[in-house]
Ligand binder design. Structure first.
Ligand code: C5P
Length: 302
């Protein structure tokens, strides 16, 4: 997470992620699934601004970042109800600490929502970090990590501020690792989404014989042509059963010369890994012409 600004206002940049590998190992007694996944943090960020207020109220406004250029029309975004992860993170911190401070949070969205890119989880992690600083709470990162795990399985990854990590358990056990880059991706987000809980409900344990560590080793030693063969996502099959847009994207991506391609997280975003930015530009233009969704180019965070 990148930080800027002194109290009483704090600005943070919350990155998106892709899962280059996600293997479901089995269903647990608590209803979650045990998994191992390789998360890579992307140079695509939401911006959050925290303004301290004297009353304990917590409020959130959410805008499409593209509409925030000077003179541009301001487009308010839907989905900022009380169950929004940012407000839930703020409330949890407020209740846990008993602070009397309130805050107005401005959220500028660039990361597509409900897309398997974990924008909401990253925003929630940024909220814990931002309010810890704004309210001067002095919580350690480990203390914030345990609050994060209560809010959602993907959130601890963003608190680790790692550019990449292997995540285990239900996703909350984070082992940072470094992947030499830059890695260039084309991402397509179809017009339809999927419920994470629904996709997990339909998944089966992954049957591939390799582990996340095999992929990490190949990426770390620059063996890209063999690394791409180890890309895997146990959630892609159930996602395709639930949403034909994911299948359409797989077929369209298979026609491009990507090193590898697959769905991210529980979908519905789909990505292709490219040899270079130039190749990414060419593939993105062809995919955009197919009109299967919003298409953009992004690299991992250095
Ligand atoms: O943890 P999070 O709230 O993001 O998870 C959303 C839903 O996805 C959970 O309620 C659960 O149904 C499912 N899930 C799962 N196993 C995981 C992570 C999520 O079954 N490891």
């Amino acid at each position: 997470m990148l930080c800027r600004g002194p109290n009483p206002n704090v600005t943070l940049f919350a990155p998106a992620k892709l899962n280059l590998f996600l293997k479901v190992l089995g269903k647990r007694g608590d209803g979650y699934h045990e998994l191992e996944t390789l998360m890579v943090s992307l140079a695509l960020y939401d911006t959050l601004r925290f303004h301290i207020t004297p009353s304990p109220r917590l409020t959130l406004s959410c805008r499409d970042a593209a509409s925030c250029r000077v003179g541009g029309p301001v487009r308010e975004m839907p989905g900022v109800g009380d169950d929004n992860l940012v407000l839930r993170a703020a409330r949890l911190l407020q209740e846990t600490t008993g602070t009397q401070y309130g805050t107005h949070i401005e959220l500028f969205k660039r990361i597509p929502m409900a897309a398997g890119l974990a924008g909401g989880s990253s925003d929630a992690a940024a909220t814990l970090v931002g309010l810890n600083r704004l309210w001067n709470l002095g919580y350690s990162n480990n203390e914030l990590m345990s609050l994060a795990a209560r809010l959602g399985s993907d959130i601890p990854f963003f608190l680790a501020s790692a550019t990449a990590a292997v995540c285990r358990g239900r996703g909350e056990i984070v082992e940072p690792c470094s992947i030499p880059g830059p890695l260039w991706f084309v991402v397509a987000r179809p017009g339809t989404g999927l419920s994470t809980a629904e996709v997990f409900r339909h998944c089966r344990p992954g049957s591939v014989p390799w582990s996340v560590d095999d992929l990490v080793t190949r990426l770390q030693t620059g063996r890209h042509s063999t690394a791409q063969k180890l890309f895997y996502n146990s959630l892609q099959e159930p996602a395709e059963q639930l949403n034909p847009d994911v299948t359409r994207l797989r077929r369209a991506f298979a026609r491009q010369p990507f090193l590898g391609h697959q769905m991210s997280g529980s979908g519905t975003s789909y990505f292709g890994w490219c040899r270079s930015r130039r190749q990414a530009t060419q593939c993105a233009a062809r995919l955009a012409a197919a009109r299967l969704g919003d298409v953009f180019i992004v690299s991992n965070r250095p």
